[in-house]
Ligand binder design. Sequence first.
Ligand code: UD1
Length: 385
Amino acid sequence: MTASPAKARSGPVLCVVGARPNFMKMAPILRAFAEHDPPLPALLLHTGQHYDAAMSDKLFADLRLPRPDINLEVGSGSHAVQTAEVMKRFEPALDEHRPACVLVVGDVNSTLACTLVAVKKDIPVVHVEAGLRSYDRKMPEEINRVLTDQVADRLYTTERSAGDNLQREGVAAERIAFVGNVMIDSLRANLPQARPAADTLRAHGADPALLGGAAGYGVVTLHRPSNVDDPALLRRLLGVLAEVSARLPLVFAMHPRTRGNIQRFGLQGLLDPGRVAILPPQGYLEMLGLMAGAALVLTDSGGLQEETTALGVPCLTLRESTERPITVEQGTNTMVGSDEQAIRDGVAAILAGLGKRGRVPEFWDGAAAGRIAADLHRWLQAGAP
Ligand code: UD1
């Protein structure tokens, strides 16, 4: 092989978002690109995987994300249909805009779909939040993570264990940069504007007095297919939440998948509306306000595990595994799976004052996006080797 002098890659960074958890990651990245000296030109592309006002538009407004330059409007479908639709519609966008590279975040279907299209057109791919592994291949997100990281060219990690995972999978160390967590950039930037929990309840016709008891209140989110698609399991989980709510009032911000399944399986009666406020999916500032004031959070989300660690709020994660082990090792997270007794015990420990206090992990400091901008600028100047 003959070495030729590297040629800087020109053109915009094509930044891809598709679903709710992508939006809070992209907002600080776009801001850091604009503030970098020199600014990094960027285009924002929304695949339209999440399209509800509550799942998408409201979050764009809260996060002050610019209107997408390109919207592929793919909508819902099976994994195959959704992934294929994104791929079909993304290819002409690449041909038209000829970016210097494509930047993807997280682990949703849009992340993998856009990565596959770009690498096969010889356009470098940059993955933010690379290397996280639950080692549970039944999670669609795990498949998206593993495949995206295998073919992406530059990999930005949020915790050091992610770099170890990547190297075990044969990714060269030179492709990996530990930059910290852009989710926490968003959290820090927006916490002062967080909406008080009482206002959020009032806005949805729920009684804010629910929040006022001595123990405070808990926040619940559940949407993983593994928890909410099986009628017997969903019934058991709602049953244990009903028990918890007798001690601690709950605010349940309900994903459309979960709401649909509760109706389909006829489980509406399980939660006492006097103890559990069921709200639609919340905006970012509402969710921050709810979490920041909570005694505990019960969730199967990836992002909430990180946000509760940054906020110092105890979190019980209703999953068997986590791809974010630092939230357990250093943060406030405890894995309880779908085991009813583990959930009961976890709640009891927190209410007895024994919840994890945790500490904020390395580089979860609000400056991760700036580190990405600086590194990406250097990398593109060097020809994206
Ligand atoms: C997706 C991501 C998941 C992420 C989650 C956060 C994948 C594989 N999964 O899962 O990683 O944690 O988003 O929300 O990409 N729906 C609506 N309105 C919407 C979007 C979806 O009603 O705006 C409905 C769909 O019709 C479908 C269900 O919600 O029935 C699931 O949507 P989908 O995008 O397939 O996956 P999520 O479960 O949201």
